[in-house]
Design a protein around this ligand. Sequence first.
Ligand SMILES: [Zn+2]
Length: 814
Amino acid sequence: MNKPLLFLIIFLANCLQVSGQVSHPSSQLKHRIDKLSKLGTVLYFAAHPDDENTRLIAWLSGEQHYRTAYLSLTRGDGGQNLIGTEQGIELGLIRTQELLAARKIDKGEQYFSAAYDFGFSKTHQETFKFWQKEEILKEAVFIIRKLQPDVIITRFPPDSRGGHGHHQASAILAQEAFIAAGDPTRFPEQLDDLQPWKAKRLVWNTANFGGMDNTSDDQLQVVLDDYNPLLGVSYGEIAARSRSEHKSQGFGAALTRGRFKEYFQHVAGIEARDSLFDHINTTWSRLPEPTQAVETMINTIKQTYDMERPARSIPALIELHALISELSPHIVYRENKLKEVENLILDCAGIVLESVVTEPNYTLGQSFTVTHKAILRDSTVQSVIKSVNDQEIGRKLQAHQPESITQTETIFKTTQPYWLKKEHSLGKYQVESEQFGLPENPDNPSSLFEIQINELVIRVERPILFQYVHPVKGEVNQPLSISPRLTAKLSAHKALLTDDSPKAIDIEITNHSSDSEAVELSFAKNSAIKVEQSDSVLTIPALSSRSLRFNILSTSSNTSETTRLTPLLNGQPAQGFQKISHAHIPDITWFPPATLDIAEVAITVPIKKVGYIHGAGDLIPTSLRNIGIVVEELPSAHLRNLDLGNYDAIILGVRALNVLPEMRQGFPILLDYVKSGGTLVVQYNVNSGLQIDQLGPHPITLSRERVTEEDAKVVFTDPKDPILNFPNKVSARDFDGWVQERGLYFASDMHPAYRTPLAMADENERPHNGSLLVADYGKGKFVYTSLSFFRQLPAGIPGAYRLFVNLLSKNEEN
Ligand SMILES: [Zn+2]
């Protein structure tokens, strides 16, 4: 099989979502037949899941019949998760599936680069520091050369009007890739399999959004029609349903109906006057070879299509298949249109092919049974399953009679997503060039059917699915995962060693195979860490778990370096087994590295017990327990009934004053607690939707200012301030190694009773003193902090712990 064809099959296979295989109503088949006439491709280019214009994608694909793709440079790993606690890589896994679900609705194709969404960035300069610009450009050029789009559309401009630095960067990359893809001297290694490609034009899809109107009357204006009767929907309805798949971002959208106007600012190439496809031939005659017969055949199929008997079109579709097959294999549209014709033939015959298994997971090298199901639902069609996975079958399908074939399968590769096979850098996943752009693994478990329909033989790939019947949901299909035989789960992924005493860690080892397994546990580590374990060998029965406890302790005098401990199972680095389930997307299984990062930190912790009030969700309690502090979670609605004097300090979770209406009654109680000698630490909130009038004992005004550079210089405006000195003497080193950002939603204006001992700024900005506010109030201490401790403590940053303990501690003289 030649390379381009292989790529294409992989890409089309990726469009098969996890749902039971079905055929489509006759009117949709008519719509797909109409699409055969059109040869045009559009690439929409932006930075994140949710940046894409789903209405435009739905209209370009559904009404204009163009092949329409969205390249999201990132998988949306940063940002906030509104449906669970998954962050980072796991949020990216969820958003990958949300985008695939959205494309299934608006009928676009989905691509990603390896850029990692490392969080909010103010400038494209900062973004490119992390993304490795040339590497991401190479991927964008690869995708353009592979898809050969006529028109490339960006969502953003390349300057500050784009807002987020990732947005600006996406527009800059689109402009550079537009030029580089057509230049044979750029990334010439790609030209073994691909051709240089120069798109006709690059445009910016301007918008009037969030108080910023970038549309204008001199831009190209395109009216999107409303309703497609063959599909039975408006494009606004498709767009809203597609957009509503972005559930982790809370982007449920109302169905809209009626015409809509889109605006496009010309950026590069030949300017369009009347339509996006001005001066672009979008018929078969654009190809360098004679295609008159192809066009004639498509017209015949269109004219003779019988809505009630779609199978009558099969002989003509088979003739069309033969005509397109004669075209040169280097023509991108050849493979694309052959696949469209093949899928039409299958659907016109009512053929369903499925491969299913009875378990959600099997292990590497394990043999399991796959049931292949097939049915033909038109008696005028002759069809034979010739082979499955290259094993000869030769079974003739009798119309309306289900057939099933069983095979034994063994898979020697886990289903770990390809971009997670190696550890990613701060700004980029490590991927191989043959994986550029792919939304999912190209080699997830699948079956290859060779099926004859009348005289035509085609190869059809189907994913192997875990299929079962749920008493409420009905038939459920989920992806099959292939895991290591043994996986491990540690009770912690970060450990802080604060003194010479040993720290206990539990490891739960699971045997996923169907045989009992002898396991020897050992560790890969450096000499600064000692591990004490009583047992190292155990036998784990099939499909069961066993737990072991071991102790870690430091052998060195304090280094603030982080060291990594990797448990080895029978000599192999342990991997976890993590399943993510949300109703709107297929189940996701991945195998995170089971490692423990250990930081030694010289810290004095005079605090014994703190109270914690849950806000929008953070991992502060677990983090403080890591350094021996007892954390009790307080019922926010019943503070009046508690003896708050029992606590050395009370902490409010992030955004607690936004999300807890009961703080109207509770916050004054907390201030009384401070007055009588307590310490209250309030983490960041945002201005809109505050439940109280005043954020502390004295007025504070919040802004949207952030310091997003995690290595931004921190200035001590008053080095003698007790909060920087007791019980831990804080120095500039304590701000080393912070992750993602310094802080967000800084206070912009505060009563002079607050001390502001820290100032910081992103490059080329003015120092901001709103990250840490401290006031003595009555006999106690009030702290308001916009520093992102909620990120730093779970990440095990020693300096952040030292400063946070100071926030919680009473002043020395008290
Ligand atoms: Zn975005």
